[in-house]
Design a protein around this ligand. Structure first.
Ligand code: B16
Ligand code: MG
Length: 216
C-alpha cells in the first residue's frame, strides 16, 4: 500500500543541474580545466566533494585537502548566488499539483536530496512547507547509491520502506531507492534509468494514480 512518496530535489522538483553546471564551469575555467555538459551529467545526484573529484580528474595534478575545501567553498558561494534567483516558476511541470494531490489523499511526502542547499532551494521555490520530512545529507555516512538518505526520510515519516515510492532522475538515485526496498520511479530515459519500476519521460507524467498503480 502506498503511504509515502519520497522525492529527489535536483531534476525532480526543480532543475538545479544547470545552475550547478554554471557554477562548476566558472571554477573549471578559472583553473584551466576542461569541463562540459557531458561531464556535468556525471555530477547528478553525486555529493559536492565527489563532484569536485570528477572535475579535477582532468587537471593533471594532485590537490591537497585544503585546496579542495577552498574550491568547493568557492563553487558553493557562486551556486548560492544562482539559486537565490529561483522563483516558484522554476518548479518542474506538475510537481505542485502532484504534491497537493498526494497530501489531500493523506499520503506522506518526504525529500531525500544530496544537496546541503536543499532548504534554501525549497524556500526560493515556495515549497518550504510541502515536505513533512527532509532528510539531512550532512547526517548520513554514505550518499546515493547507498539507500541511507531514502531510509532516513521514511523513518522520519514513520512509514516502512515497502510502503514508500521514491522519485529520482539519476541512476545512483534509482539504485538507492531500490536498495532501500522502495518502489522506484525514474524521470528520464531507459538507457540510464532502466532499473526503475516505473519510467516516465517527464515530471508532467507523474500522478497519484500512477504511483498507486505500483502497489497493485
Ligand atoms: P550541494 P539531488 C544533488 O541533488 C545534485 O544532483 C548534485 O549535482 C549535487 O552535487 C548534490 O546535490 C550536492 O549539492 O552542493 O548543493 O550540497 O539530485 O540529490 O537533489
Ligand atoms: Mg537528482
Amino acid at each position: 500500500k502506498l503511504e509515502a512518496v519520497i522525492f529527489d530535489l535536483d531534476g525532480v522538483i526543480t532543475d538545479t543541474a544547470e545552475l550547478h553546471y554554471l557554477a562548476w564551469k566558472e571554477l573549471a575555467d578559472e583553473l584551466g580545466i576542461p569541463f562540459d555538459r557531458q561531464v556535468n551529467e556525471r555530477l547528478k545526484g553525486v555529493s559536492r566533494a565527489e563532484s569536485l573529484e570528477i572535475i579535477l580528474e582532468r587537471s593533471g595534478r594532485a590537490w591537497s585537502a585544503a585546496e579542495k575545501a577552498a574550491l568547493t567553498l568557492r563553487k558553493n558561494e557562486r551556486y548560492r548566488e544562482l539559486i537565490g534567483r529561483l522563483t516558484p516558476a522554476d518548479l518542474l511541470p506538475g510537481i505542485r499539483e502532484l504534491i497537493a494531490a498526494l497530501r489531500e489523499r493523506g499520503i506522506a511526502v518526504g525529500l531525500a536530496s544530496a544537496s546541503l542547499n536543499a532548504p534554501l532551494i525549497l524556500e526560493r521555490l515556495g515549497a518550504g512547507s510541502w515536505f513533512q520530512a527532509v532528510a539531512d545529507p550532512a547526517a548520513v555516512r554514505k550518499g546515493k547509491p547507498d539507500p541511507e538518505l531514502f531510509l532516513r526520510a521514511a523513518d522520519m515519516l514513520g512509514v516502512p520502506p515497502q510502503h514508500c515510492a521514491g522519485v529520482e532522475d539519476a541512476a545512483a538515485g534509482v539504485a538507492a531507492i531500490r536498495a532501500a526496498g522502495m518502489k522506484a520511479v525514474g524521470i528520464g530515459s531507459a538507457d540510464r534509468l532502466g532499473e526503475a519500476d516505473l519510467l516516465l519521460p517527464s515530471t508532467a507524467e507523474l500522478s497519484p494514480e500512477r504511483l498507486l498503480g505500483l502497489f497493485g
